[in-house]
Design a protein around this ligand. Structure first.
Ligand code: ADP
Ligand code: MG
Length: 593
């Protein structure tokens, strides 16, 4: 008996939709990319209930003819490529012809569309892949998509959606990724009748400011530009000046007009910043690459943002050199590295252009299997505060309380380069001064916080902090906890919060920074009440602890060490970093071998 049958289109489309349209944000991405491919210069986005009930995208692009309007919803129907080799020279965001078919399989779709040269437009209504209505209509030039009741026919998916706040954040993330690389396009973003963004055509720099700057308008001033043009690639962008780095980072790579994730190139940027940042500083960057369309492969997976480059190693070196050079203006370290700044050839040279003056690490092959671990550890590095629970302490030697503070002779200690050296019978104990202080303060703060009601100090001058829309959403979640620990805080405007009082342990000059740090820690993990106190205690401790380069007085040293050795857990900071190491006889002997 034959048992294989072709699935009906509606079923096949639903299955494909699971791949392409995972949540409202993926739907938004597909629609806006279509608008950009259609040459739109103005795109309006209207969202209701975080995209569950309505997701509308209106553009002034080239529109569709009556036949195309119907064809557009068929699977593998696309105007963007006609043959396999086009895949290797893509100039559009879309090319699979899957998005609209997938969307109409899982939602009610209404569309009006009209090319500029047509007298009338076309209206089409589709539900679950079935055309419900198609008629001639009068409408403006361009295309207007209304996606209603997303996943109405797939309850499991509907249930699978996160809270409105989370979905809205996902929508904003997608929106940022698109608008930052299309500053020439006008965008509005309306959520539940409130205009979150109204972006005029502007420069890249202004666009970044419009998204992340808020009212103060000083955001991009904290960045330094970088720019390089070589045979292989053009790179330009903005790197945060190290001294302005906080824990919150905006990190964006774009290539040929699309957002991408690229852990390997991220590593180049991190390397350029190395030694310029303290452990709780993360750099922000916006880097735009331009390469010939055939030098990248975007054909990986519809929802993936990774992109493969030819010549990745060379580009890594070019990126590293450019970033270092740009940042070098701000720090002694790299100025010294850069006595001989690299000279880049430009394609305009009539003589055969020389390779950029960079050293290529020929051993590095991003596609080698064994590098996967490296990629993963890289990802981990990007997630500060991953664990709030103290991981297992160091083996053997450093287990438990080996030293009683009273047994130690403070006079025999000395500090150098941010470490405290402590000769003991078992060897030289080396203590990281900043981390030791973080440990000590963390426990103090935690005690204070759990000691209800939290004590707060009123501020003489209330502090107003401004957040980005996505931070505001996080803030809603964090508000009750903040109040529990002594913040007197109210929302006073759309993305604005006013703080009248703070926990007494906090210094009034550090409010904004501390709150923003907490928001970013918060984002990493959902918390129970107890955890949120830990987050806040740790953020405060990291804020207040002595810097590495401070030379401690005898009293300070004594106080920190005494408290440190009285803690049960003193080998690691609450976020799992080593506080001390022991150089014993054996390890010293090894070093001298
Ligand atoms: P793809 O973008 O991969 O071609 P889609 O399913 O997203 O596939 O879209 C199918 C086709 O519908 C596109 O190739 C394009 O011709 C047309 N189309 C979709 N959205 C628009 C729009 N906003 N304006 C004009 N044409 C559009
Ligand atoms: Mg598309």
């Amino acid at each position: 008996m034959d048992i294989i049958r072709l699935l009906p289109d509606s079923v096949a489309n639903q299955i494909a939709a699971g791949e392409v349209i995972q949540r409202p944000a993926s739907c938004l991405k597909e629609l806006v990319e279509n608008s950009l491919d259609a040459g739109a210069t103005r795109i309006q986005i209207i969202i209701r209930d975080a995209g569950r009930t309505l997701l509308q995208v209106i553009d002034n692009g080239r529109g569709m003819s009556e036949t195309d309007a119907r064809m557009a919803f068929e699977r593998h129907a696309t105007s963007k490529i006609t043959q396999a080799k086009d895949l290797f020279d893509l100039h559009t965001m879309g090319f699979r012809g899957e998005a609209l078919a997938s969307i109409c399989a899982v939602a009610h779709v209404e569309m009006t569309t009209k090319p500029a040269d047509a007298q009338v437009g076309t209206y089409i209504e589709i539900a679950g892949s079935e055309v419900v209505k198609q008629e001639v209509c009068s409408c403006p030039d361009g295309t207007n998509f209304k996606i209603k009741d997303l996943f109405y026919n797939i309850p499991v998916r509907r249930k699978f959606l996160k809270s409105n706040q989370t979905e809205l954040r996902n929508l904003l993330t997608e929106f940022y990724r698109i608008v930052l690389v299309h500053p020439e396009v006008q965008f509005t973003f309306v959520v539940d009748d409130e205009i979150l963004f109204d972006l005029k055509p502007q420069s890249e720099k202004q666009r970044i400011e419009s998204i992340f700057g808020g009212k103060k308008n000083v955001y991009v001033e904290k960045f330094v530009s970088c720019n390089v043009e070589t045979e292989l690639i053009k790179i330009h962008g903005f790197l945060l000046v190290p001294e302005n780095a906080t824990k919150i980072a905006q990190q964006y790579f774009f290539v040929n007009g699309r957002y991408m994730r690229h852990p390997y190139f991220h590593k180049a940027i991190m390397e350029a910043y190395s030694k310029m940042l303290t452990p709780d500083q993360t750099p922000s960057y916006f880097i735009y690459f331009e390469v010939p369309a055939n030098a990248i492969d975007v054909n990986i997976h519809p929802t993936k943002t990774e992109i493969k480059f030819e010549n990745e190693q060379e580009i890594f070196q070019i990126l590293l050199a450019t970033a270092r050079e740009a940042l070098g203006k701000f720090t002694m370290v790299s100025v010294m590295d850069y006595e001989n700044p690299p000279v880049y050839p430009t394609p305009k040279n009539s003589t055969p252009p020389a390779r950029p003056n960079v050293i290529v690490d020929t051993k590095y092959n991003p596609f080698q299997k064994k590098e996967v671990k490296e990629y993963i550890s890289l990802l981990d590095e990007n997630l500060p505060q991953k664990t709030m629970n103290t991981p297992p302490s160091e083996p053997t030697e450093l287990m438990g309380k080996l030293w009683d503070f009273d047994d130690l002779d403070i006079n025999s200690t000395f500090s150098h380069l941010g470490y405290i050296y402590f000769p003991t019978e078992k060897g030289m104990l080396i203590i990281d001064q900043y981390r030791a202080h973080v440990c000590v303060l963390y426990h103090q703060f935690l005690l204070n916080l759990t000691d209800m009601p939290a004590k707060s100090q009123s501020l003489l001058f209330p502090e107003v902090i401004e957040l980005t829309p996505d931070e505001t959403i996080l803030m809603y979640n964090m508000l009750p906890e903040l109040r529990d620990v002594g913040f007197m805080i109210e929302q006073t405007n759309k993305n604005e919060f006013t703080i009248q009082g703070i926990p007494y342990v906090l210094d009034a000059s550090q409010i904004e920074n501390t709150i923003k740090n907490m928001l970013s820690s918060w984002e990493q993990k959902p918390f129970s009440v107890r955890d949120s106190q830990q987050i806040i205690a740790l953020s405060l401790a990291q804020k207040v602890a002595v810097e590495r380069n401070r030379i401690l007085s005898r009293e300070e040293k004594e106080e920190i060490l005494q408290m440190l050795f009285n803690l049960e857990e003193n080998q690691r900071t609450p976020d799992g970093k080593k506080v001390m190491i022991l150089l014993d006889e054996q390890s010293l002997a090894n070093r001298f071998n």
